[in-house]
Design a protein around this ligand. Structure first.
Ligand code: 8YV
Length: 301
């Protein structure tokens, strides 16, 4: 049996249903009863950015062999526990990189140029230039690099923060997020969510970015201390924000809706038809490889 942790994509659901004995966790209001009756037969969990396999679920599934994620981020999976129990884990890297980077640039442009408001009012507003502004990126992995490349095409100087300096890049490195924020106009969060990067955007960082600065988050909501962000935006201590993710999705702080220097999207970074299909195909291929005792396509653990 394969357990899908929450609804994610209809094509994926269909294809899993064709191949496996698929359980849709959300169809069982009483999780305890469901697990008591079915836990022994479940060999795989399919998770995503909303629900994965935490310690409690892993403990409840003695036959669990693999957690196949429909996401590149693995913050909803207890990786330590999986390693300990020899449970394999896979994700969907690479196929979504361009889409997430595209959305980051889209959020920058729509925030600075106020494109959404211009569309609503067909009225010229006081807006700001993107080309040439310094872009600071937190996390220079696959997605961070794709954002950097795009920013370069807008003639933007690029700088970054990561745990360690990357040897093979010309972008300027700052050893702390506060220093990065003090030295850029647009700060983009593009790192994985871990215990270390939770609330990596705090009051000090927001103040360093300042009233002319713009924060873009295409990572995870908990990267940002959200109440601090909201009060900085409301009080005009931060110039603007483009946000695809929130601390308590699908909830969005009410106060953000009223701000004209804020652009909000509902966690759609990877959400194109093309990429979601590619992600689903990777999940299926990983599960099939696993059940055929073959190496996984995109192993994490
Ligand atoms: C998805 C994501 O939005 O890849 C990630 O880490 O956050 C996304 O691609 C999500 O997992 C789709 O269900």
């Amino acid at each position: 049996g394969v357990l899908m942790a929450c609804p994610m994509n209809s094509y994926l659901e269909q294809e899993l249903d064709r191949r496996f004995n698929l359980f849709k966790f959300w169809n069982f209001p009483n999780k305890k009863d469901f697990l008591r009756e079915n836990s022994a037969s479940i060999r795989a969990v399919v998770g995503n950015a909303t629900a994965g396999a935490d310690a409690e679920l892993i403990e409840a599934l003695p036959g669990l062999e693999i957690v196949a994620c429909f996401s590149v981020g693995l913050d909803k999976v207890d990786l330590g526990k999986c390693k300990e129990k020899g449970i394999r884990v896979s994700n969907t890297p690479d196929v979504l990189t361009d889409d997430v980077a595209d959305l980051a640039i889209g959020l920058i442009l729509t925030t600075l140029r106020r494109i959404c408001e211009c569309d609503r009012f067909i009225f010229s507003l006081c807006v700001f230039q993107f080309s040439g502004k310094t872009v600071g990126i937190i996390g220079l992995g696959r997605i961070g690099m794709a954002i950097a490349k795009r920013a370069e095409a807008f003639s933007c100087p690029v700088c970054y923060y990561s745990r360690s300096q990357k040897p093979d890049t010309k972008y300027k490195y700052f050893p702390s997020v506060v220093e990065l924020a003090s030295n850029c106009h647009i700060l983009v969060v593009a790192c994985p969510l871990t215990a270390e990067t939770c609330h990596i955007i705090n009051r000090e960082v927001i103040d360093a970015l300042g009233p002319k600065g713009v924060l873009i988050n295409i990572g995870r909501g908990p990267h940002v201390d959200e109440p601090e962000l909201v009060s900085a935006l409301v009080e005009g201590r931060l110039g603007g924000a483009g946000l695809d993710v929130f601390e308590n999705e699908p909830e969005v702080p009410e106060q953000l809706f009223g701000l004209d220097n804020v652009v909000l999207t509902p966690h759609v970074g990877s959400g194109t038809v093309e990429t979601r299909k590619a992600m689903a195909d990777i999940v299926i291929a990983n599960l099939e490889a696993h059940f055929l005792n073959k190496p996984l396509l995109t192993p994490v653990v």
